[in-house]
Design a protein around this ligand. Structure first.
Ligand SMILES: O=C(O)[C@H]1O[C@H](OP(=O)(O)OP(=O)(O)OC[C@H]2O[C@@H](n3ccc(=O)[nH]c3=O)[C@H](O)[C@@H]2O)[C@H](O)[C@@H](O)[C@H]1O
Length: 434
């Protein structure tokens, strides 16, 4: 990187000074300068008088420069062709699914699984930098190889979503785009409101007006149980004591879903995910950055609760979650709205998707030590007041009954698969995770 002191703060001015010096020093320089200005004026004149398809010339210049940087722009036929090809259904009675958050951890796995079984899938993601966007781009490449195109956009962009619904009659929406992470809510609260509340409403507004209306399955969270002490957590337990803003926005999502079901007849299924982990996971999650820091020899903080010793989670392996998601889509039941008006009762469902075997975070670290064959440097500390809850544990009997959901991967087996992926993805020793 250049030394900031050696770069002039106003480079334009710097050049003008140089020209002034030469102007006075030689007639040849004077002639060259005049012909340069003259040629420049002709070029500007020709450019301004060229056809612009009715757009102001400044917009047209902006668009053409963008087109050279980006592969597709929304108006281009090539973009629409990719959208259409991505949603081609190969299976008999296959679905046409819009997956929001497709470049995210769960979104990538769900999109790939739907595509594998012959459903039509279109991804949607804003590729934000909450964590290393290059990991999201790598997931995007993975999906592109299997024929899933990801449209780059924000769920708050109703025009773009509406355009997609004009091109494709989506039968289902798998809504996984969200601001994730419990602790980050203290640093950036508005990002949770933007994505998990405003973004969700924006998506539901578009879905409610679509003809036909799609059925929607979306990611809620185990965190809605908040300070609830009755375990294991069942769907009808109280969820009115959130411990973090993240949890509050997911709980708000469940209430918002109720409204869109009640007024507009949208079929809505909320899945309360319990600490999902696995290959291609999220670097902000403990199992992921513990692995990185153990390998780097960095100390890892283990939170301890006064009552339970170290905190515990019902860690759930990604493949089990994917099966739950697909089954929720398959059993969703139809929306009943026509032209934005409800014509009958539509399904409104909530399911826990957990593993049912909570594991202490200190035990998670022991498993990682055994798999990595590296002793962790640990630092046990009192659970900070950061939005984390002490313990999660799912009662999954409803999902078992209605979705045939049956998790089969324990933490030891799941972490082995994660570490195998981690080591090959980051080629440890050469390129470490940030
Ligand atoms: O089920 C969910 O709905 C949520 O799951 C996930 O949240 P959590 O269960 O909190 O997972 P994660 O951060 O991996 O912390 C795991 C454990 O490590 C403990 N933990 C954490 C950090 C640390 O430095 N030390 C520590 O002990 C920590 O106290 C905790 O006990 C998703 O991130 C969230 O987006 C949401 O989907």
């Amino acid at each position: 990187m250049p030394n900031p002191d050696s770069v002039p703060s106003t480079p334009g001015k710097f050049k003008v000074e140089k020209y002034r010096l030469r102007w006075h020093s030689s007639p040849l320089a004077k002639l060259t300068f005049c012909s340069f200005i003259f040629t420049g004026l002709i070029v500007v004149f020709l450019f301004r008088s060229s056809p612009t398809n009715g757009m102001p010339s400044s917009t047209s210049q902006f668009d053409s420069s963008r087109r050279s940087l980006r592969t597709f722009s929304v108006r281009e036929p090539a973009w629409e062709k990719r959208v259409r090809s991505s949603v081609k259904v190969r299976a008999h009675n296959g679905m046409t699914v819009l997956v929001t958050g497709a470049a995210g951890f769960v979104g990538t796995h769900v999109s790939a699984a739907l595509k594998r079984r012959g459903d039509g899938v279109l991804g949607f993601d804003n590729f934000n930098d909450y964590y290393d966007p290059s990991l999201k781009r790598a997931r995007q490449s993975l999906l592109e190889r299997s024929g899933v195109f990801i449209v780059e956009g924000d769920i708050n962009d109703k025009h773009l979503l509406t355009k997609l619904f004009e091109i494709v009659s989506f039968t289902h929406v798998m809504h996984l785009a969200a601001q994730a992470g419990v602790r980050y809510a203290m640093q950036n609260p508005s990002s949770y409101v933007h994505s998990n509340i405003a973004g969700f409403v924006s998506l539901l507004e578009v879905c409610k007006s679509a003809n036909p209306q799609p059925s929607i399955v979306w990611a809620s969270s185990s965190s809605v149980y908040g300070l609830n002490t009755k375990v294991p957590f069942s769907e009808n337990d109280r969820t009115d004591q959130p411990a973090s803003l993240y949890a509050a926005t997911k709980k708000a999502g469940e209430e918002i879903a109720h409204i869109y079901n009640h007024i507009y007849g949208l079929s809505l299924t909320a899945l309360r995910f319990f600490t999902v982990y696995g290959p291609w996971g999220r670097p902000d999650m403990a199992y992921f950055f513990f692995t990185r820091d153990i390998l780097k020899g960095k100390s890892i903080p283990i939170f301890e609760s006064q009552k339970l010793g170290t905190v515990a989670r019902d860690f759930t392996y990604i493949d089990d979650i994917v099966k739950g998601c697909l089954s929720a889509l398959d059993t969703a039941g139809k929306s009943t709205g026509i032209n934005g008006k409800k014509t009958g009762k539509a399904p409104l469902r909530v399911f826990n998707l957990g593993n049912t075997f909570p594991v202490k975070v200190s035990d998670l670290v022991c498993i990682l030590e055994r798999i990595l064959k590296v002793k962790a440097k640990t630092m046990v500390m009192k659970l900070p007041r950061n939005g984390d809850v002490e313990y999660t544990n799912a009662n999954i009997s409803l999902a078992e009954r209605e979705l045939g959901y049956k998790p089969t991967t324990d933490l030891q087996a799941g972490l082995k698969k994660f570490v195998k992926w981690y080591l090959s993805y980051y080629k440890t020793g050469k390129r470490g995770a940030e």
